[in-house]
Write a protein that binds this ligand. Structure first.
Ligand SMILES: Nc1ncnc2c1ncn2[C@@H]1O[C@H](COP(=O)(O)OP(=O)(O)OP(=O)(O)O)[C@@H](O)[C@H]1O
Ligand SMILES: [Mg+2]
Length: 307
């Protein structure tokens, strides 16, 4: 995909616990939005297994028989969080959606995006990694404009649009556009990474621990930014994180994954991120959800340690 070409580096349905008295209430069972049957899902995994062959020729099952459906909500989109212990296959799932090797193609099963089987990278998908994917030798402006440059957009148009996106992600077009990545903080670099992906208006945005390296306060700011931009671009977001709080705040649905083999252990539906992160994350229902999920993940980790 041109989005991926633009990446220089980096490379079952249980209901949540009863909500507390106030704040948005988590839905039980299937989410509130009913999709017309004929509309293809944004992302669908059908019985997907990925077996890697390691350098020594040994086979390792990364994920086994993973199935899920993320609907394509018209004029809305949805954020799905993927949560689970290290090695459960979160990145494998994301990169299969992106069509990136060696995760793509799956060993078995089918991955479809917007009704079409994934055959490789495509402009309908954009990816943001943890490690601030930007070209070190390009300015912020040229980094953000890069994807449009690949699409043959004229310098004047792409730079005008890049300046708009630089402002949208909370950077200062006047002060920051001419800077190089090494002159930016981690949070600023991740804003650039988000701008250079969203400028291409992908329908599906894949984010692999994008805020994992940021300090807690910056992380909350970035969560707010993501929610704001996601409402604007109306895309479907698949968001991998190790933070239970982040998964619960951002996720309209949360996929909890387990290891050995990597699989979906649980899918829960939650209210969309309606209020700012700091506000939502102080509410009782939020703490209950986080606590319940933390216990679930601890149980998954304990089971994986058992011989
Ligand atoms: N290219 C590869 N070759 C061989 N094995 C791999 C490869 N990539 C991943 N694996 C294995 O597949 C399993 C799933 O890996 P994956 O990177 O998807 O997990 P993850 O959930 O993203 O982990 P983390 O939270 O640490 O990022 C792991 O056991 C990993 O060692
Ligand atoms: Mg990973």
């Amino acid at each position: 995909m041109s989005d991926t070409a633009a990446q220089p580096t980096g490379g079952a349905g249980a209901a949540p616990a009863a909500p507390a008295l106030e704040g948005p209430q988590p839905a039980t069972g299937v989410g509130p939005v009913v999709e017309p049957a004929e509309r293809p899902a944004a992302v669908e995994f059908r019985d997907v297994t990925k077996v890697y062959t390691t350098g020594s020729g040994r086979e390792a099952v990364a994920i086994s028989r993973v199935s899920f459906t993320i609907p394509d909500l018209v004029g809305h989109g949805e954020i799905s969080s993927f949560l689970g212990p290290s090695g459960c296959g979160k990145s494998t799932v994301l990169r299969l959606v992106a069509g990136l090797e060696p995760q793509h193609p799956p060993t078995q099963g089918t991955v479809t995006v917007l009704g079409q089987p994934v055959v490789g990278p495509g402009a309908d998908r954009g990816m943001v990694f943890q490690d601030y994917t930007s070209f070190d030798n390009r300015t912020v402006l040229d980094n953000v404009a890069f994807g449009l440059e690949c699409r043959g957009v004229s310098r004047r148009s792409r730079e005008a649009e890049a300046r708009e996106w630089i402002a949208r992600v909370g950077l200062d077009p006047g002060r920051d556009a001419g800077k190089y990545p090494h002159e930016l903080s981690g949070g600023m670099r991740q804003r650039v990474a988000i701008a250079r992906t969203l400028i291409l208006r992908p329908r599906v945005i894949l984010m692999d621990e994008p805020f994992g390296a940021l300090d807690p306060a910056t992380r909350l700011d970035m969560q707010d930014l993501l929610v704001r931009l996601w409402r604007e671009v109306e895309a479907t977001v698949l968001f991998v994180t190790h933070s239970v709080e982040e998964a619960v705040y951002l996720g309209d649905r949360v996929f909890v994954m387990a290891t050995t083999p990597g699989r979906i252990a649980e899918e829960i539906h939650l209210p969309p991120a309606a209020a700012p992160a700091r506000e939502t994350q102080s509410q009782p229902w939020f703490h209950e959800q986080v606590h319940r999920l933390q216990e679930r993940i601890e149980a998954i980790e304990a089971a994986a340690r058992r011989p």
